[in-house]
Design a protein around this ligand. Structure first.
Ligand code: C2E
Ligand code: MG
Ligand code: MG
Length: 569
């Protein structure tokens, strides 16, 4: 400690202060106190010190790194405070806090480094990443870009499990060494060496600040893969290893640490999925696809409540007279963000997460209400039926029979004006509850149709034993009908499309005859041309559906069709 007068000169000092500062005993009085503790080196401290000396500020405390005359440096904490309100002097106390500082630094190093590989750990990596993003985004002179290689060892778990954690640890340390060498080599040609960190387990990261572009980071990933190719010699054990790397490179502005890590994580997953032992570059489009799937499935349930779904109806037309017999209800999702989505985008997801049950019930109720509406609005037209697609899960996970009965009662629609479409795979092998459900629905008078027939087992003999009354021939059959049959049947050019079409026609004709013998009616899907229609009619197809007649349309367009049908009748 020292007493300092209002001019800032030392009046007296104790022996400890002399020892601490390395001054000879008795030489401190008369010296400028500010010089002893490097007080003037920053303006704010200097100003505060002057205020304390003038009695305008109560006290001041700061820490300083001082150079001892014998060469070593020490950290001190300095306090300056008035001796007493009356006394025209201040007390300067200096405490050596070097040991504490060193302990703190050691603790920090331990906290921030991984003991196995001695690399920076996850915590330090994120600290450096965040700092780098900030610096890149705001500092001039840099490239403003950042790059990351996110690496995961292939099959490391097997090494750990079969050879033990000791060998596993040694392998990790050896990998760390090779990664560090790659980073150092990359650093020769650049201003800064990439940071290598162990993020946990067998995951490592190489951070490229001021990256010049994708090529640079990809080159680094390539060199890492090469470096890991040579077998590892671990005290007698020779081990071979490969790694998968996700590479992300982008502008720092607008990039967050978590955003970058998520992208890296996804990319690493692709590298693994694409066959391991490789690096993969982040692909925004591939990511968007994944994001949309995720975004869709997370909002699906709520979307039913919010009324974002709507039905379109596609006419089912009698082949003989071209009259509308019924319509198929096809669901659409008017998504606030992605626009109108067709069922192929979301029905699968809805089946996965179970929301198909709720959505399916809505479709059924809406379609039945609409069919009844048409009937009431067009009493003179022959009533049309509505055909509703039903997913497997609706038969398994909900009480479909009760739902149908309730909806028919509520809407007043006659059961024979409702048709349910199930796929072949949904009814194949059905026994117990699902079969009972089909039987009950059929007993009620509701028709069951097999959708996309021909894409599955096509076991007609089996299907005829189920309560099924309609086959909807898949569009792939009808597509074969687009070429004119060559004169003389199968005598056309060998392997020609026409010949294939002719073969299709023979199969379909046989199929239709068999279906009729078994008491089933047949609808052809995807009828696009008049020639397809005339040939389907020729081989006995009962009804058709497709763009030739109409695309799926809004309910009022069906009303218009019914009005026209009445006028013609
Ligand atoms: P699907 O039941 O086989 O429906 C026929 C699909 O073929 C519809 O596609 C329709 O727009 C399309 N299509 C109709 N005519 C033609 C044509 O002439 N040419 C071509 N190329 N295509 C034609 P969409 O509306 O995209 O429906 C796809 C599938 O989604 C449906 O196939 C059905 O399996 C399913 N789906 C639709 N609505 C529902 C629903 O409410 N519930 C369930 N569970 N599934 C549904
Ligand atoms: Mg269908
Ligand atoms: Mg179909």
């Amino acid at each position: 400690m020292a007493v300092v007068d209002r001019e800032g000169l030392v009046v007296t000092a104790n022996a400890s202060l002399s020892t601490l500062l390395g001054a000879r005993a008795g030489t401190l009085p008369g010296k400028n106190a500010a010089d002893l503790v490097d007080l003037a080196s920053d303006a704010r401290t200097w100003h505060a010190y002057r205020e304390v000396l003038r009695g305008r500020q109560a006290r001041l405390r700061f820490t300083r790194r001082l150079k001892h005359p014998d060469g070593h440096s020490l950290w001190v904490q300095v306090t300056v405070a008035p001796l007493s309100p009356q006394e025209p002097a201040v007390l300067l106390s200096v405490t050596d806090i070097s040991a504490r500082r060193e302990l703190q630094a050691r603790l920090r190093h331990l906290q921030m480094h991984d003991p196995v590989t001695r690399l920076p750990n996850r915590a330090l990596f994120f600290e450096r990443l965040s700092a780098a993003l900030e610096a890149e985004a705001y500092e001039e002179g840099g490239t403003g870009r950042i790059g990351l290689c996110y690496l995961d060892l292939d099959g490391f778990k097997a090494v750990n499990d079969t050879l033990g954690h000791r060998v596993g640890d040694r392998l990790l340390a050896a990998v760390a060494e090779r990664l560090t060498r790659c980073a150092d080599e990359a650093g020769y040609t650049r201003a800064a060496t990439p940071l290598v960190a162990r993020l946990g387990g067998d995951e490592f990261a190489l951070l490229v600040e001021d990256s010049t572009g994708t090529d640079q980071v990809a080159d680094l990933a390539e060199s890492v893969l090469k470096a890991l190719q040579a077998p590892f010699d671990l005290s007698g054990q020779r081990l071979s290893l490969s790694a998968s790397i996700g590479v992300v490179e982008r502008r720092a502005t607008g990039t967050t640490a978590t955003g970058l890590m998520q992208a890296a994580d996804t990319t690493l997953y692709w590298a693994k999925a694409d066959g391991k032992g490789r690096w993969t570059l982040f692909d925004p489009e591939r990511n968007a696809h994944r994001m949309t799937r995720q975004a869709l499935s997370s909002t699906l349930r709520a979307a039913v409540d919010r009324g974002e779904f709507a039905l379109e109806y596609q006419p089912l037309v009698g082949m003989e007279d071209g009259g509308v017999r019924g319509v198929e209800a096809l669901v659409r999702w008017h998504h606030p963000q992605f626009g109108t989505l067709t069922p192929n985008r979301f029905i699968g997801l809805a089946e996965e997460d179970g929301s198909i049950v709720q959505l399916g019930r809505w479709v059924l109720a809406t379609a039945c209400r609409q069919a009844r509406r048409w009937q009431l609005d067009h009493p003179d037209a022959p009533p049309i039926f509505v055909s509703v697609n039903v997913a497997v899960r609706q038969v398994w996970d909900s009480d479909l029979v009760a739902d149908v009965a309730e909806i028919l009662a509520e809407t007043g629609l006659a059961p024979h004006l409702l048709q349910l479409e199930l796929t072949e795979s949904a009814v194949m092998g059905s026994a117990g509850r699902p079969l009972q459900a089909l039987q009950s629905l059929s007993d009620m008078g509701v028709r069951i149709a097999i959708d996309d027939f021909g894409t599955g087992y096509s076991n007609l003999a089996y299907l005829s034993r189920l309560p099924v009354s309609v086959l909807k021939l898949d569009g792939s059959f009808v597509r074969g009908f687009q070429y004119e049959a060559p004169d003389g049947g199968a005598q056309g050019g060998e392997g020609s499309a026409a010949q294939a079409g002719a073969a299709d026609e023979v199969i379909v004709e046989a199929l239709i005859q068999l279906a009729h013998r078994l008491g089933l009616t047949v609808t052809a899907e995807c009828v696009e041309t008049a020639s397809q229609a005339s040939r389907l009619r020729g081989i006995g197809c009962d009804t058709g559906q497709g763009w030739l007649y109409s695309r799926p349309v809004a309910p009022d367009r069906i009303s218009a069709l019914l009005t026209k049908a009445c006028a013609q009748a």
